[in-house]
Design a protein. Structure first.
Ligand SMILES: Nc1ncnc2c1ncn2[C@@H]1O[C@H](COP(=O)(O)OP(=O)(O)O)[C@@H](O)[C@H]1O
Ligand SMILES: [Mg+2]
Length: 250
């Protein structure tokens, strides 16, 4: 479970303060897939980095699996897998297997555990044929699979993906979508940010919509479709932005 409680994050940019996240409160239950929607600059990355213990909220608090992100970051780091848009964190000169072995070492997995886990992930992601090839020569889709496998090497219960499909072609985006379905079947809790409405409507149980740092909606997709009288998430999103959060109750 992820409990975000009245989180505000301010940055000081030279002499100007930027409030990237404003009083955001919502809870994600175990096993849920949540889409974090918002335009560029809405505060999605800041919120995800805060959940991942990489940023300290200026105000408010976040608990992940019962642990506070500021007081107990190490306990949380073991439970979560994070992938931030664009950064695969992979070493081109290493093979896919060597990359995964390297990250397994960072998480303190034994040699045996590492081998079992890598075989499992290679099978799950259909990467068996290229595990022993250098990542430097991989296509974007292949790289993305290895990057996601790296995120999952320690079998985390909670996974955060920041704009996982931005800049990917259709084939690679589909790879990501299939993986989320699989992870969902395995009972993982997932938050991913996106500005692709179709992706969110296909994959998510619920959505959190952000606009200029504020949460303008959080709830199940089905409830949202019902209350808005439409299944067009793009349209709903735009109309929520126009209305802002003054109509956001609960
Ligand atoms: N390290 C930083 N220093 C100053 N401002 C930042 C920093 N990180 C993010 N911001 C600002 O915070 C706001 C939200 O950014 P971000 O969380 O990256 O939004 P999103 O991921 O939704 O595009 C933006 O105005 C951005 O410029
Ligand atoms: Mg971002």
């Amino acid at each position: 479970m992820i409990e975000i409680n009245q989180v505000t994050k301010k940055f000081q940019d030279k002499k100007v303060y930027v409030t990237a996240v404003k009083h955001v409160t919502f809870t994600v239950n175990a096993g849920q897939v949540v889409g974090l929607l918002g335009e560029n600059g809405a505060g999605k990355t800041t919120l995800l980095r805060s959940i991942a213990t990489l940023l300290t909220p200026t105000d408010g608090s976040i608990k992940v699996g019962g642990f506070d992100t500021v007081k107990n970051p190490d306990a949380i780091k073991r439970k979560i897998g994070v992938l931030f848009g664009g950064e695969t964190g992979l070493y081109d000169r290493l093979t896919a297997r060597e990359n995964l072995e390297y990250f397994a070492t960072l998480y303190g997995l034994s040699k045996h555990e590492t081998k079992v886990r890598i075989d499992e992930l290679a099978k799950m992601f259909g990467m068996k044929d290229y595990m022993n090839r250098k990542v430097g020569g991989f296509s974007k889709g292949m790289r993305q699979k290895v990057a996601i496998a790296r995120t999952l090497i320690h079998n985390p219960d909670i996974i955060l993906f920041d704009e996982p499909t931005t800049g990917l072609d259709i084939t690679s985006s589909n790879v990501f979508r299939q993986l989320v379905h699989q992870l969902k079947r395995d009972g993982k809790t997932i938050i991913f940010s996106s500005h692709i409405m179709e992706e969110v409507s296909l994959l998510c149980d619920s959505v959190a919509m952000m606009h200029k740092g504020e949460l303008v909606h959080h709830g199940s997709l089905e409830d949202l479709y019902k209350s808005e009288g439409s299944r067009d998430l793009n349209y709903i999103f735009m109309s929520k932005l126009v209305r802002g959060n003054e109509h956001y109750a609960s």
